[in-house]
Design a protein around this ligand. Structure first.
Ligand SMILES: O=P(O)(O)O[C@@H]1C[C@H](O)[C@@H](CO)O1
Ligand SMILES: O=c1cc[nH]c(=O)[nH]1
Length: 297
């Protein structure tokens, strides 16, 4: 934990996930967590939790759906399946940043050790077949800067956003020849907006034309960017700053060189979203096997 002032707090309120250090025994509730998986939508993280429960052979809870530990608020949702915590983060870096801070503190108060963070998301691909999974090597902002630029006490602070190579390679090695989708690695562009920020022509505002858009997107591709989304930069910068290993796996919902619209075939989109989840779960299973081997000597 980077903030020693937390040691002086009698009670810490993790306000946006409706937990605190007085009323909740965070160590008993979450002390065994080894993997924290973030994703934008509540429903995706709930489905992911059910998938983890099934694949790790865990006992399902008493209800029809996994327990939401942040049910005291509807800002975010927080699920747990054995050593896996699944957290929704909403859209964009500001929304992610708030829950990321509180989850980092939760992991600290719960005395978790050797924790790895993932963002399992969706994105627009740049010259990739829709449904491809992109593992981020490094994130850049909408102006190609490879760091998060944030304002603290009125001053701009820059924090780099990259994935440690061994973690990236370990995650990439979880893709299989028999997969019915491709997994690639590359630079991710992380923007402040879905519409103008990502050079779309179909937002409520647009002061450029198709030519300008294509020039920009071709330049994006020429600079090695594989995909565009809205959280990787903040996510990786915060992982790097906290010293927590973190990786980003996002499935492409469309090829931005071919258009702006995301399909409304929700069952197809759901099945694509499952691809990034599958990959991360393979990673988790492998790590659990290694940890068990280590424990049993
Ligand atoms: O993880 P998700 O699918 O929520 O991430 C992307 C980036 C934005 O948050 C959102 C835009 O539709 O999708
Ligand atoms: O094009 C896309 C698709 C998903 N998420 C994004 O941020 N952009």
């Amino acid at each position: 934990m980077k903030n020693s002032k937390l040691l002086q707090l009698k009670v810490d309120h993790l306000y946006h996930i409706a937990l605190d250090t007085e009323q909740h025994d965070l160590q008993t509730m979450f002390g065994d967590v080894k993997f924290v998986c973030f994703g934008g939508q509540v429903s995706r993280m709930e489905r992911f939790t059910s998938f983890v429960i099934q694949e790790l052979g865990l006992q399902p809870g008493t209800g029809d759906t996994p327990t939401n530990y942040a049910a005291g608020t509807d800002r975010y949702a927080l699920y747990k399946a054995g050593p896996v915590l699944a957290v929704s983060h909403g859209i964009g870096i500001p929304s992610l940043s708030v829950v990321f801070n509180e989850i980092l503190k939760l992991v600290h108060y719960a005395k978790c050790t050797d924790v790895t963070f993932f963002r399992i998301g969706t994105c627009g691909g740049v010259g990739l077949e829709p449904g491809t999974v992109v593992l981020t090597e490094k994130a850049v902002d909408g102006a190609f800067q490879p760091f998060l630029s944030t304002t603290i006490l009125g001053k701009k602070v820059q924090r780099p956003a990259y994935v440690e190579k061994p973690l990236l390679e370990e995650l990439l090695s979880c893709s299989e020849n028999t997969d019915d989708f491709k997994t690639v690695t590359g630079t991710t562009m992380c923007t402040d907006d879905f519409y103008e920020g990502q050079a779309r022509l179909d937002g409520a505002f647009c002061d450029y034309d198709e030519d300008d858009k294509m020039k920009f997107l071709n330049n994006v591709k020429a600079k090695g960017v594989c995909n565009i989304e809205m959280e990787s930069l903040g996510f990786l910068a915060m992982c790097n700053h906290a010293g927590v290993p973190g990786a980003v796996a996002c499935v492409t919902l469309l090829d931005r060189l071919k258009g702006d619209f995301v399909s409304t075939d929700f069952s197809l989109l759901k099945s694509w979203q499952h691809r990034a989840q599958k990959l991360v779960l393979r990673f988790i299973k492998r790590r659990i096997t290694q940890q068990n081997r280590h424990k049993n000597g």
